[in-house]
Write a new protein. Structure first.
Length: 693
């Protein structure tokens, strides 16, 4: 149950004075539907009303405050003209301009002959000095109470600054004094105010510096959010460890036979990861481990070795892939190796129907299938295992947490290994996967060649087409990825179809097209034809997973590379360089490049290290855009900036370890405050994992 002290913050914004349904809907769109959401909506700028020049000396475009006498009202002489009020001081006159004015209201606040203090943005219109819709009109007595510096908040269409500022002020009035959840020594070391004072200071910045991420109040609030995140993850992890598991060990026979069948030796990173997984599976607690590895770093073999441990222990293992294409590719890698070890691997996708599917499901339930590779189809109710001991999930960010749990529910005390080919910066790993142990594959398998990356303007597309023609003439294959035009598949598709038509017409080559709107069988046929060498040049949109392993593909052309994220460009580049020939990635851009796009293309040209690229991507784009927080399952932070507050994340992690050692059930006075913190940042679910409830 949420503590009563927080009830006022989790009320709807309509509970605030003067907030009706229309304004509430706009606030909900901008910040969120509850009072607490307004607290997290921090100012993005300030207006300093301290500049008070004579009217005649006021420059255009600045916010200024004047003390002036009201001279006359000039109602419009025809419709759609503005209402003007002329005011003056000793230096000159100023026109206050109002559209859609209510004359009686203006007469009341600006009576002729009276002195008023007026503040707003100055504009010069011909010879006239104007302020359109002044921010403030007050008597000299009222003006003494106006803040000299006002916060500026992000807005949405239809919501103006005044009602929003009023709503935020009312939300701040509702913020209660809460028990201190930060370690006293750490609080004193940082000279931080308490939570309520920090919130007040963050919403009342005194200068531009107070808006920065390293401002005292903002660092305090960022730490609160990171502490809630790390504590919640620690509680989930502790809960997972306490859940009954089983020790899964094998005799190593199947693994030896598979190693003997491999045409290469495993890398040191692969051996290290297999050792970590083996130790986890042998422990009585459930394994929850993340395997991070770049494209082509050999994750599938590591996953297979983990699956073989389960089979050696007399059980079954399942591998989930986000697309049918990827599932069948995994089967292509795993099936021959499983056969060498005397085991049976099968694939299950949404396309499998009828008697063949029924027979396979009977074999799975009877234990005749050792390794199942599949898509979302595996989650279906009719899919039953005899004894599932290990679930492997590939491309973790394409699956939700509930799907992870659904797969684990297919067996008893199932160990979990999740994999991602998207290199994730350390800070994001800590915030998104802090409930998991992490293994990293940071070496490339022997034989993987470096990819030469060139950055060229789109104007050189004819030269690129000629280079592609030469490569095809040498028996090589080429990917041509079309631009990310918009968040619209139809627009992306149109761009790909146009490029496909141009290339098919202009080149003596067999050209194929794949895109996200094709039906599975048609897409698979095209991909298979490319892999078999029946297609030389594959035009693709980014919607499709160009996930097939084609060693003969040596050229990757990416049009409008400036529109892609670094991680996405790096993933696409990883599709080549898998064979013995030199490979080239050509990044075509439309000038002029902005600073971020240039930095992105430069880092890609400099390095193939996915983890370095991911760190750079985080710096350039911020965490929110890196993987797309909604689709990746990454937490969205309202107050913390993972680039600016990385040191606070480390401190929060260390503090949580200490909390877990000293007060695992959060029963001390500080523990009670920490429970409130979890509710405040809506990490409520973690509280249910406490042994004491």
């Amino acid at each position: 149950m949420r503590p009563e002290v927080l009830f006022p913050l989790f009320a709807p914004v309509t509970a605030l004075p003067g907030i009706g349904k229309r304004t509430a809907a706009l606030i909900a769109k901008l910040a969120g539907p509850r009072v607490v959401d307004l607290l997290w909506h921090l100012p993005t700028g300030i207006i300093d009303r301290g500049f008070s020049p004579p009217i005649a000396a006021a420059p255009s475009g600045v916010v200024a405050t004047f003390t002036a006498r009201v001279m006359e009202h000039l109602p419009p002489d025809r419709a759609r003209r503005p209402y003007k009020v002329v005011v003056s001081d000793d230096s000159g006159s100023l026109a206050l301009v109002y559209f859609h004015a209510r004359p009686e209201y203006l007469m009341r606040i600006l009576p002729v002959g009276e002195t008023r203090v007026i503040s707003g943005r100055v504009e010069h219109y011909g010879d006239e000095i104007q302020i359109t819709h002044p921010d403030h009109v007050a008597t000299p007595a009222e003006a003494a109470e106006l803040p000299r510096i006002e916060p500026v908040y992000g807005l949405t269409a239809g919501l103006t600054p005044k009602p929003l500022a009023k709503a935020v002020a009312a939300a701040l009035d509702r913020a209660p004094a809460l028990g201190e959840w930060i370690d006293p020594a750490y609080l004193a070391h940082n000279h931080w105010p308490d939570w309520r004072a920090a919130l007040g200071a963050a919403h009342a910045p005194e200068n531009e510096a107070a808006l920065e991420a390293d401002a005292t109040a903002r660092r305090r609030l960022a730490y609160d959010e990171l502490l809630a995140n790390q504590l919640a993850l620690a509680l989930v992890r502790a809960h997972m460890r306490r859940r009954p598991g089983r020790a899964i060990t094998g005799d190593g026979g199947s693994r030896r036979r598979v190693r003997d069948a491999l045409p290469f030796r495993l890398t040191g990173a692969q051996d290290r990861a297999i050792g970590e997984i083996e130790a986890d599976m042998a422990a009585p607690a459930r394994m929850v481990r993340l395997l991070q590895g770049d494209v082509g770093s050999g994750k599938t073999i590591v996953a297979l070795m983990a699956m073989l441990i389960a089979v050696e222990a007399g059980a079954q293992a399942a591998l989930m892939a986000p697309t049918e294409l990827l599932a069948r590719q995994h089967l292509g890698t795993i099936a021959p190796l499983a056969e060498a070890a005397g085991l049976r691997a099968a694939v299950l996708t949404g396309r499998d129907k009828g008697k063949a599917r029924d027979a396979m499901l009977r074999d799975l339930a009877g234990g005749a299938i050792d390794l199942l590779i599949g898509t979302h189809a595996v989650f279906q109710k009719g899919v039953q295992f005899k004894t599932l001991a290990l679930a492997v999930i590939d491309e973790q960010h394409k699956f939700g947490v509930h799907q992870r749990l659904d797969l684990q529910a297919k067996g008893k005390a199932v160990d979990l290994l999740v994999m991602t080919a998207t290199p994730i910066p350390r800070t994001l790993t800590l915030t998104a996967y802090g409930d998991m142990e992490v293994s990293r594959l940071d070496e490339k398998p022997a034989g993987r060649r470096a990819v030469h990356t060139a950055v060229l303007p789109l104007a050189r597309i004819d030269a690129v087409t000629q280079a592609v023609t030469r490569a095809i003439g040498r028996g090589e294959r080429v990917y041509w990825v079309c631009p990310l035009v918009a968040e619209s598949e139809s627009v992306d598709l149109a761009a790909a179809e146009d490029r496909f038509a141009d290339l098919e017409q202009g080149m003596a080559a067999r050209v194929g097209l794949v895109h996200g709107r094709m039906k599975g069988p048609a897409r698979d046929r095209t991909m298979a034809a490319f892999a078999a060498g029946d297609i030389d040049l594959l035009v693709a949109t980014t919607v499709v997973e160009v996930g097939v392993d084609v060693p003969e593909a040596t050229v990757m052309v990416i049009e409008h590379a400036e529109r892609f994220g670094l991680a996405q460009l790096h993933q696409l580049r990883g599709r080549i360089g898998r064979g013995r020939r030199e490979s080239t990635c050509l990044l075509l851009y439309a000038p002029p490049l902005n600073q971020v796009a240039r930095a992105r293309l430069d880092i890609l040209r400099e390095t193939e290290d996915g983890f370095r690229i991911a760190e750079q991507d985080l710096k350039l784009r911020g965490a929110g855009e890196l993987l797309g927080t909604r689709q990746s399952g990454l937490p969205e932070f309202r107050l913390a900036d993972l680039v600016a507050h990385g040191d606070l994340l480390d401190a929060a992690r260390d503090d949580v370890k200490m909390i877990h050692d000293r007060d695992p059930d959060l029963e001390t006075p500080r523990g009670t405050a920490l429970r409130t913190l979890l509710y405040l940042f809506e990490r409520d679910a973690a509280i249910s994992y406490l042994r004491s409830g």
